[in-house]
Design a protein around this ligand. Structure first.
Ligand code: SF4
Ligand code: SF4
Ligand code: SF4
Length: 367
């Protein structure tokens, strides 16, 4: 492991710089650009990832400064027990999701079939096909573009964190003291803005690839139209199953994101089954918080206190049922739809407009 880390740090320094310099505008394939109305999907071949974190660095360099700093002092929320969350003094944190860090890499060492395995898993928003974070936002701040990109409208978000509760991976992260609520009723009408990966929407709109796809020195991620990418993922997973000594018909065991939460536009393919990857992630997370849930299974620890804490910005890779199939969520979404439209209009009219989310040219804890 020590060797792996030093190799990673070495690679990170060199490759990240080289890759970021090279990634000034790699374009999407012609066929993808021509079909901007169709859903885009990414496939991540985890067997290629060397854990260098060039993708993380590039995402941060491109987007971190688009997340504003909070006002000081921050408005006191009402009731006072409502927590404020301020990551503005910890922007350097890159080993978990924060409002200022949309992507991190989970580094895993485990044993599989008597062999030591080192696996690196980049984690960010899955861009669900039917995203509960968007469907259940009471203020209508969630957006799903025709190309499948799921993002949060900062002009509308009041930071209530319903999206984070609704997301099975608790991906969106709150920064308090920023956003439109400051211009409405700062102590009563919000708590900041929720931030997450927006799949580099401004770049994709220009026909470019997302930064983390562009800069990867190992071409771990590929992006394209959903049907082709699903076919690519299946072919790759069949190969991985065969190489792992399994029946290729068991290829779905080597895929994550295809059916999770009803299907996502982020498909991971692993050289080992995801039940093994998931257990390794649970183990790694349990080691980050020793002493929790004494006497429980690792899954129990994760499903208990850690789940309540929102996985502390490090999502697991458990099987996830389709949350929008639940009658309760469907009903809530139907009830909220018109109200969300009204609320969005209200915040648009009465709130100030934060800066446009553009790749900056020259700009300058909690769960
Ligand atoms: S992973 Fe979570 S935040 Fe991302 S689209 Fe799905 S529900 Fe929303
Ligand atoms: S797609 Fe863009 S915003 Fe999302 S993790 Fe990659 S670089 Fe960051
Ligand atoms: S996805 Fe690519 S850039 Fe990111 S850690 Fe893996 S090898 Fe490095």
């Amino acid at each position: 492991m020590a060797n792996a880390i030093s190799r990673r740090n070495f690679l990170r320094g060199g490759l990240a710089t080289a890759a970021t310099v090279a990634a000034s505008g790699v374009v999407l394939p012609q066929a993808v650009q021509a079909a901007q109305g169709d859903e885009l999907c990414t496939v991540l071949d985890l067997s290629k990832c060397i854990g260098c974190e060039a993708c993380v660095d590039s995402c941060r360099e491109t987007w971190q400064d688009t997340v504003p700093d909070p006002v000081s002092p921050m408005p006191k929320p009402f009731p006072p027990r409502v927590p404020t969350q301020d990551w503005s003094k910890r922007k350097d944190v890159s080993d978990r999701l924060t409002p200022y860090n949309f992507l991190y890499v989970e580094h895993l060492d485990f044993e599989h079939k008597g062999q030591d395995v080192e696996l690196h898993v980049p984690r960010r928003c899955m861009h669900c096909v039917n995203p509960p974070c968007t469907n259940l936002c009471p203020f209508g701040a969630g957006r799903v573009e025709k190309n499948g990109i799921v993002h949060i409208d900062e002009d509308v978000c009041l930071g209530g964190a319903k999206c984070k509760q609704a997301c099975p991976w608790h991906i969106p992260q709150r920064q308090s003291g920023v956003g439109v609520y400051l211009d409405i009723m700062p102590s009563y009408a919000g708590n900041g803005v929720m931030f997450k990966c927006h799949r580099c929407l401004p770049l994709v709109k220009e026909g470019k690839q997302p930064q983390c796809v562009q800069v990867c020195p190992e071409q771990v991620q590929s992006i394209g139209l959903r049907p082709q990418m699903l076919a690519q993922a299946e072919a790759l997973a069949r190969q991985k199953a065969t190489e792992d000594g399994a029946d290729p018909e068991r290829w779905r065991d080597y895929v994550y994101g295809l059916v999770e939460n009803g299907g996502t536009n982020t498909i991971y393919v692993s050289p080992v089954p995801f039940s093994v990857v998931s257990a390794a992630i649970d183990q790694a997370h349990a080691e980050l918080a020793p002493g929790r849930g004494k006497g429980q299974s690792e899954a129990g620890k994760q499903g208990g206190k850690r789940r309540k804490k929102g996985f502390a910005g490090r999502p697991p890779m458990h099987p996830v049922a389709n949350s929008m199939e639940s009658a309760e969520n469907l009903t809530t979404a139907l009830v909220l739809a018109p109200l969300a439209g009204l609320a969005a209009g209200f915040t648009k009219i009465f709130g100030k407009k934060p800066p446009e989310q553009q790749p900056p040219s020259e700009q300058g804890g909690q769960s």
